[in-house]
Each structure stands twice: as C-alpha cells, then as structure tokens.
Design a protein around this ligand. Structure first.
Ligand SMILES: NC(=O)c1ccc[n+]([C@@H]2O[C@H](COP(=O)([O-])OP(=O)(O)OC[C@H]3O[C@@H](n4cnc5c(N)ncnc54)[C@H](OP(=O)(O)O)[C@@H]3O)[C@@H](O)[C@H]2O)c1
Length: 180
C-alpha cells in the first residue's frame, strides 16, 4: 500500500461505514466462469437481509454477471471505463469518488475478488459465509488475515456458517481527528 492510498483508506474508514460481505468455499473459491459455483437459498437470503435498503458496491464483472441491479439497493459499480453507463447504477472509477456520493447508511462491498482486494482496507467489518465443501473455480478470495480479525460466528446452518470479522485498523484510526 502506498502512503497516499493508506491515507485514502484511513479517510474512507473514518468517514464512511463500508462493510464487506462474501461467500467462499472451504477451499477459498468464490467464483467460476463469472458466476457463483453453488446455489444455497438460505445464504442468498442472508445476503439480501444484510444489504436490504443500503448501498452495494461491486466490480463491473460481478454487476454484469448478475445481469440486473440488485433491487431495493443503491447499486455502485467500479470500472476503469469512464464510458461505462447503466441507468440504474452509479459508476465510479476511483475510490475517492465514494466520498462525493453523500451516501447515508452502510456501503456493502459485495465482490468480486478484485474489488474485495481493493476495498478490504477501507472496510470496518467483513461478514464471511463459508460454504462447507470444496468447489472448482477460477476466482479465489483474496487474503484478508492481515486486515481483519474474527469477532464471532453469527450463524451456523447445515451447508454454511457466517463469521463476523472486524478490521484490525479501526481502533487505531478512531483516535485520529475526524478532519483528516
Ligand atoms: N462468492 C461471492 O461472495 C462472490 C461475490 C461477488 C462475485 N463473485 C464472483 O467473483 C467473480 C468476479 O470477480 P472478479 O475479481 O473477476 O471481478 P470483479 O471484482 O467483479 O470486477 C472486476 C472489474 O472491476 C473493475 N475494477 C477492478 N479494479 C479497479 C480499479 N482499481 N479501479 C476501477 N475499476 C476497477 C474493472 O472493471 P472494468 O474492466 O470495466 O474496468 C474490473 O474488470 C465472478 O465469478 C463472481 O460470480 C463471488
């Protein structure tokens, strides 16, 4: 992380309530061929419940793989393509644009791997579903052990569990003045 990006992550951590939500298999796989390699309605329901009426931030590939904006949520899409446009989503090219959007309430980072990796340092929390079993896939969860520490398991179902993680960085930056 460069000095400048560390400062930006600190500002995002302080000023916005950014959280990550993800589901991965026991072998770390989160995607295959631009889709999710399992279909677990209870896990999808958990995702819907957590993100309902809030903002969701995702990579352009994930957004296009879903095929439509997530309903009842403000959809924000990261793309390097300044010409990319969708009537029902906000496109951003740089993270600092999040500060200009005047978003109230949490922003849920919901993948894929590129966007998780980029946004994890700006997230206060991670809600991670672990799907029991190994899956074939082409997209893996980026490493997050240096960024988050586990708080507790909040849900256990027959096919998956959900662990709640908190950022290791938050306690330090909270002590800094808000005018950063
Ligand atoms: N299991 C889960 O919880 C979960 C959740 C979400 C997605 N997934 C899966 O993950 C896979 C997709 O993940 P992915 O990593 O390939 O793609 P992704 O993160 O969804 O999207 C990647 C795109 O984001 C944009 N982007 C990346 N870095 C950027 C930056 N620094 N600045 C601006 N834009 C940037 C680029 O869009 P442009 O190319 O337009 O510039 C890039 O191609 C799929 O298989 C999907 O189903 C799984």
């Amino acid at each position: 992380m460069t000095k400048m990006s560390t400062d930006l992550y600190d500002i995002l951590l302080q000023k916005l309530d950014i959280r990550a939500i993800a589901a991965m298999a026991a072998n770390g796989i989160i995607g295959n061929n631009n889709s999710i390699p399992w279909n677990i309605p209870e896990e999808m329901a958990f995702f819907r419940r957590m993100t309902q009426n809030a903002s969701v931030l995702m990579g352009r590939k994930t957004f296009e793989s879903i095929g439509h904006p997530l309903p009842n949520r403000q959809n924000i899409v990261m793309t390097k393509d300044a010409a990319w446009h969708c009537d029902t989503a906000i496109a951003i090219q740089k993270l600092d644009q999040l500060l200009e959007l005047a978003i109230e309430g949490p922003i849920w980072v919901c993948g894929g791997a590129m966007v998780y990796e980029m946004l994890f340092p700006a997230c206060r929390e991670l809600y991670l579903s672990t799907v029991f079993g190994k899956f074939d896939g082409d997209t893996k969860m980026p490493s997050f052990g240096d960024i988050f520490v586990i708080n507790k398991t909040i849900l256990t179902c027959p096919t998956f569990k959900v662990d709640h993680y908190v950022t290791r960085r938050h306690a330090n930056i909270e002590k800094k003045p808000l005018s950063l």
